[in-house]
Design a protein around this ligand. Structure first.
Ligand code: SAH
Length: 331
């Protein structure tokens, strides 16, 4: 994959960070199951079943507030190993009518991870889609995505000598990948600073999701690490074997992410739905009752990790078609 990228740059010139990130992330997830102690990183659902259980409580509560519609789509974007969905399903098993009413839809591009998801959800009918635009239907929607948005590509802009430039990836004289810049005179920074990231891909996803929720009715819960207001700074990072790695080394072999700008995404969503939060993951899980569950399971340490270590950097944002519905965990 690194050679394919280098050939592309040799033939067509430098690529922007979004093109680079899109290629690297697609290759990375298409070729492995990266989760857990023997993989590259561990996500909240892989730390403890309690994470998915609390999300399940939030979604089932929203479904009941909606009047328990007799059919709905339970949609997850970027389901990884399928662990979060499996925990949601177990937590909602005894909610009368919930399972009978649901259709499970997974938005996933990686063939490798689709296999893992099929195994985790064995016994349930599942529909897979490549992107949100391919999800059909007109029933209400319960949507969840954990650490999905952070994998979608970003553009980076840097101001030098008073002029805005877009950051690109190019080749140096020795044929190695290095960062460069090209003038971007039309770039208008969202706030003060000399370095910015924007993500049209994330904004387009939220726009599609918000329109779907507005048209069909329902709610969405998005969990990711990031910030509530647009901030200046470089947050692109690579992680390999649970350690930070060089972004431009071993392209497609390390997990590549950046912080999610929830402020920008909330502004997009507010055009057509109500936005709850963002709130810290710790507050969200505690309001849903994770401490009681942790005591019951003897998983106090896991609860600490989810609510303290990951408690504030990870944010939870809710979307809802109806302001009368109060999403649990947000206040
Ligand atoms: N939610 C899971 C996995 C997070 S990793 C967890 O919490 O454990 C990111 C997930 O998003 C992977 O399943 C990856 O294959 C998927 N993904 C990445 N880019 C995608 C894209 N453009 N479209 C759909 N899925 C994508």
């Amino acid at each position: 994959m690194e050679n394919a990228l280098k050939d592309m740059i040799r033939q067509n010139g430098p690529v922007d960070v979004a093109t680079f990130m899109g290629m690297a992330v697609a290759h990375y997830y298409a070729t492995r199951d990266p989760f857990g102690a023997r993989g590259d990183f561990t996500t909240a659902p892989e730390i403890s079943q309690m994470f998915g259980e609390m999300v399940g409580v939030c979604l089932a509560d929203a479904w009941m507030q909606m009047g328990a519609p007799a059919s709905f789509d339970l949609i997850e974007a970027g389901p990884g190993r399928g662990t979060l969905m499996a925990d949601i399903l177990r937590a909602t098993r005894h909610v009368p009518g919930f399972h009978a009413a649901m259709r499970i839809v997974l938005i996933e591009t990686s063939p490798e991870l689709r296999k893992a998801q099929a195994a985790a959800l064995d016994g349930h009918a599942v529909v897979w889609c490549d992107h949100i635009g391919a999800v059909d239907g007109n029933t209400p929607v319960l949507f969840v995505g954990n650490e999905f948005l952070d994998a979608l590509p970003i553009h980076q802009y840097v101001r030098s000598d008073g002029v805005w430039h877009e950051r690109v990836v190019r080749l140096d004289e020795g044929g190695d990948l290095v960062f460069g810049t090209v003038p971007a005179p039309s770039f208008v920074p969202p706030v003060e600073g000399d370095f910015f990231e924007i993500s049209p891909a994330r904004e387009a996803f939220i726009d599609d999701l918000a329109h779907m929720i507005a048209a069909r009715g329902g709610v969405g819960v998005l969990i990711d690490y990031g910030h509530d207001a647009t901030a200046a700074g470089d947050t692109l990072q690579a992680v390999k074997n649970h350690r930070y790695a060089d972004v431009l080394r071993d392209v497609g072999e390390a997990d590549l992410t950046s912080h999610v700008d929830f402020g920008a995404l909330a502004a997009v969503a507010r055009g057509c739905v109500h936005v709850a939060g963002p709130v810290g993951q710790g507050d969200f899980l505690r309001r849903l009752g994770i401490d009681l569950r942790a005591a019951r399971l003897g998983q106090e340490q896991e609860a600490q990790r989810l609510c303290v270590q990951m408690g504030t950097l990870f944010r939870v944002m809710g979307l809802c078609h109806d302001s009368a519905i109060k999403l649990a965990g947000f206040e």
